[in-house]
Design a protein around this ligand. Sequence first.
Ligand code: PNW
Length: 499
Amino acid sequence: VCLQGNPNASPFPSNFLFGTASSSYQFEGAFLSDGKGLNNWDVFTHKPGNIMDGSNGDTTVDHYHLYQEDLDLMQDIGVNSYRFSISWARILPKGRFGSVNKAGIHHYNKLINSLLLKGIQPFVSLTHYDIPQELENRYGAWLSSQVQEDFKYHADICFKYFGDRVKYWTTFNEPNVAVIRGYRSGIYPPSRCSSSFGNCSNGDSEKEPFIAAHNIILSHAAAVDVYRTKYQKQQGGSIGIVMNAIWYEPISNSLKDKQAAERAQAFYMNWFLDPIIMGKYPKEMQEILDSNLPSFSNHDQEKLNSTGLDFIGINHYTSFYTKDCMFSVCEQGPGNTKTEGFALRTATKNGVFIGESTALDWLFVHPQGMEKIITYVKERYNNIPMFITENGFCENDKSDSLTEETVNDVNRVEYISGYMVALGAALRKGADVRGYFLWSLLDNFEWTLGFTIRFGLHHVDFSTLKRTPRGSATWYKQFIANHTAEKILMPQHYPGNQL
Ligand code: PNW
């Protein structure tokens, strides 16, 4: 049915992917089962003081064993896709320095086959912040160019064993967040930083994030190269990368603040996407960082040019105001350093927040940011296909008890519906967005915050592992049903005060 021109028609194309997202470390548990090797997060969470509530991902929601139950929950919601990541150390306990763990292959085969039986498309990340600890110990993981060989090897094995059924691959999840937190502030493994940026002095916050990023970009290119040359033709899938994307809103209309917002994007998202898509780092980074920014050899350059991307995955949750600190004098604060492009990020303007604040200090409810970031990516990267690979809302709830308030999650529903309106608006303006994945199906292990905050469409009691649907699960189910029926009335304006 052609509903184009009908202003009330659903803006979502009929083959749009609606799903939920997860990651292996946050969901699987079974950290020592069936031959899995230790990864960087296993080691990190076991060091006292690293995780707020002293917890770890040893068991978490035990998705490794309970995945059938979780797939039933997905089927009940009516999603047609599931985004998850493969635990690298489950496939290759010692990277390329040991053998392939057949039990790991077997596990993901079962998961993928069960998904397909339910008509749910697997959408798979090759890593989501995790790397076998062996590679950290041997050569310092992302700081060494040797890692490119290991990532390529891992990718090759995943394509070989799973690529006949997996049609959507992503190489990395949010490498920008991983390197900023792992090598600048030091709050994620391998906990490296200089004292001016974090609570450690074992690294170099001005150089190492750029070295790690450089190796990640080249590892991505190596994996895409393997896919293109050995697999893509017969398997017929596509491959992309997932970036964390914040909308940076200039705090004023001045040219300086607009340029600051542009620098903030350059030093965050475009840092990875520009080299992968256009073969070079953003000019703002080149100008400001000079010798702290690694350069690509001719050989690297050729690799980048010949590999590229089939789509961009965007994890979008939040927006910040951005203020110029390169040409104007301004206060110290996040973003106002040479390493970050002298662009101060702030949640308030004249004392008013950019959006409602939440349980996370970086998460503000600003649905317009969704439309703006999609439009920005569309324009910068020539209308490349996009997927919203994560979006979601968390609440602060340290207790496992089920209350009316925890089940009836009206704030989450309000957040998601607002962001959906914004996504719909971007689609109507012609953005080529092909899917949306909610973070997340279940409450789960939220990295350094442990189990203190909850992102789930389902509540999980972490002592019994019982899953209970929240109001948002019902809401999402209804939303998908309406939009796949192609007849829903989709509001075209943000509710009341949001514009
Ligand atoms: C993502 N930000 O991290 C991760 O991919 C997930 O593993 C995680 O559980 C989820 O979002 C919720 O935190 C983010 O600064 C890190 O905007 C940083 C930001 C957003 C998401």
